[in-house]
Each structure stands twice: as structure tokens, then as C-alpha cells.
Design a protein around this ligand. Structure first.
Ligand code: SAM
Length: 282
């Protein structure tokens, strides 16, 4: 039988697996995340999946305003009551799916960007990262907890197994910094693997830029579409005009060996290839 933990004992609710509900129960870790995030008293913070409020309460006490978006209506109801009982008035609790929620609902003066925090449900890591990147003009920084494997992909170096399209697309828009690893024992229920807290700093994107971001996006997508193929074979035909000659010519221009594989190329090489293979009318 599954171990009964604090949330069930206090609320009668069972943690929902499909919503990735692994609640932080280690006070030291909670304090460590808040302190390392280093938010300022005037900050506007968006929290993803507040759950029972492990991060929401200390956040509310240290920043200007918290927008907390939680998909589970039962948890939203419980947290609303808890916040009100504690006399906390600077939290706006929204019962919605963060993947469908419009970041523009947080209205701030255009000069003020939002800070994001979240102990992310493991099953939305990739789509949430995509959404975050899409909304990068509104976001200053994000301090997020990921499963170790996902965090590894975000901080991977060329040549490693974890290096791929996600590494490059996030790194192009934000500088990732690993903060610290969190043992699975810090959660209830306990997940199968450890996690990692990391910061994505959107104020520090990759210093070199593509003429058009889509040039980079296309070449990265094409390059990693077939990891086991050579770069030439992955790219050739990915778009109709990317025939063998054109891809070879672009690789030559960028000083890239035709037999190479996508995972060995660094960002500068992808930027060069993206420009060399820019599509004019497709
Ligand atoms: N922040 C709490 C903590 O650290 O204890 C809860 C973290 S738990 C890993 C993830 C939370 O995100 C859960 O409360 C879950 O219900 C919520 N959640 C899951 N999918 C969501 C989604 N698509 N949008 C918003 N919240 C979501």
C-alpha cells in the first residue's frame, strides 16, 4: 500500500500522478530555493503549480506580488483558504492550465519584467519551456525545478548525449545556471529520480544572434530530426530546397566536416549553417 503522507493526512486528498504532484516537504530545500532565487521586494513573480503553497507562502512574504497558476481546482480552493487564513493579500491565485494561460494577464509597466518560479510537474517540462521562450519578452528570469535528466539537457555541452535541440533553443534565448540538486527525499510522494533547480536568465541570451531566429530554429530542428544520421543526411531534403549540393556548400562555408553529427556542433556553427541555409521563399 502507498505510504500516507502529510497532504493526505491534512486534507484527505490523494496526490494526482497525472498532474505530477510531488510536493516539497523539506523546509531547508524550500528556503534554499527562495534564498538562491534572490527575488527583490518589488518583484512580480509568476509561480507555476503552487500546489499546497510550499513556495507560495515564503514568496508572498518576500516579493511585491505573486501570480500563482494551478491546474488542480481542489488544491486552488484549499490554498485560497490557507492564504486568506494567514492574512496574505498579495497572491493572485488562478485556477488554470499554465500551458493555456496568457502571460499578458499579468499587467506590468512595459519596463517591469516578470520573474518566474516553479517546482514543475515533470510532464510539462518541454511544452512549458517552449511557452516560456515564446513569452521571453515579458520574462526576466525563471528559477525552475526539473527532473535531473531535463536539467542535464538544458546545461549539456556539445558532444554529450544530452545535448540536442532543447539545449540549443533554450541557450539561444537564456543563460542556464544549475543551482543545486534536490534529492527525491525532499518530496511527498517521493518521485523516482532526483531533481535540479536551475536558473534561466533571459536578460543574458546567447551573445551572437541569427539574422532571423527562424533560420536557427529550422536548421536545429532538421539537424536533430535523425540523431543517428550524419548531419548531411539529416539536413538533406528536410526542406525541398535543401538538396545535397546546397547542404554540402553550406557546410563547407562554415568549415564543417560532411561526416559530422549534429550533437558535435556548437551554437556558432549552427548559427553559421542557419544563415547559409536560410530559406528565401519556402
Ligand atoms: N509548488 C508545489 C510544491 O513545490 O510543493 C507543488 C509542485 S508539484 C511538482 C506540481 C504542481 O503543478 C501541482 O500542484 C500540480 O497540480 C500543478 N500542475 C500540474 N500541471 C499543471 C498545469 N498544466 N498548469 C498549472 N499547474 C499544474
Amino acid at each position: 500500500m502507498a505510504r500516507s503522507g502529510p497532504i493526505e493526512q491534512r486534507t484527505g486528498l490523494r496526490p494526482k500522478k497525472r498532474l505530477g504532484q510531488h510536493f516539497l516537504v523539506d523546509r531547508g530545500i524550500i528556503e534554499g530555493i527562495i534564498s538562491r532565487a534572490g527575488f527583490q521586494p518589488s518583484d512580480m513573480v509568476l509561480e507555476i503549480g503552487p500546489g499546497q503553497g510550499a513556495l507560495t507562502f515564503p514568496l508572498a512574504r518576500s516579493v511585491g506580488h505573486v501570480f500563482a497558476v494551478e491546474k488542480d481546482s481542489q488544491l486552488t480552493g484549499l490554498l485560497k483558504e490557507k492564504l486568506s487564513r494567514a492574512g496574505i493579500a498579495n497572491v493572485t491565485l488562478v485556477n488554470q492550465d499554465i500551458l493555456k494561460w496568457d502571460f499578458n494577464e499579468i499587467s506590468t509597466p512595459s519596463s517591469v519584467k516578470i520573474q518566474v518560479i516553479g517546482n514543475l510537474p515533470y510532464n510539462i517540462s518541454s511544452p512549458f519551456l517552449e511557452k516560456l521562450v515564446e513569452n521571453r519578452s515579458l520574462v526576466s528570469r525563471a528559477v525552475l525545478m526539473f527532473q535531473l535528466e531535463v536539467a542535464g539537457r538544458l546545461t549539456a555541452s556539445p558532444g554529450s548525449k544530452a545535448y540536442g535541440a532543447m539545449t540549443l533553443m533554450v541557450r539561444y534565448h537564456a543563460r542556464p545556471t544549475a543551482f543545486f540538486e534536490v534529492s527525491s527525499e525532499a518530496f511527498f510522494p517521493r518521485p523516482k529520480v532526483n531533481s535540479m533547480v536551475l536558473e534561466l536568465d533571459f536578460e543574458r541570451p546567447y551573445p551572437r544572434r541569427a539574422a532571423h531566429d527562424t533560420d536557427l530554429k529550422r536548421v536545429v530542428k532538421g539537424a536533430f530530426a535523425h540523431r543517428r544520421k550524419t548531419l548531411l543526411n539529416s539536413l538533406k531534403g528536410f526542406f525541398p530546397s535543401w538538396n545535397r549540393e546546397m547542404v554540402l556548400e553550406a557546410m563547407k562555408k562554415c568549415g564543417i566536416d560532411p561526416g559530422t553529427r549534429a550533437e558535435t556542433l556548437d551554437m556558432d556553427e549552427f548559427l553559421c549553417l542557419g544563415t547559409a541555409l536560410a530559406l528565401t521563399n519556402e
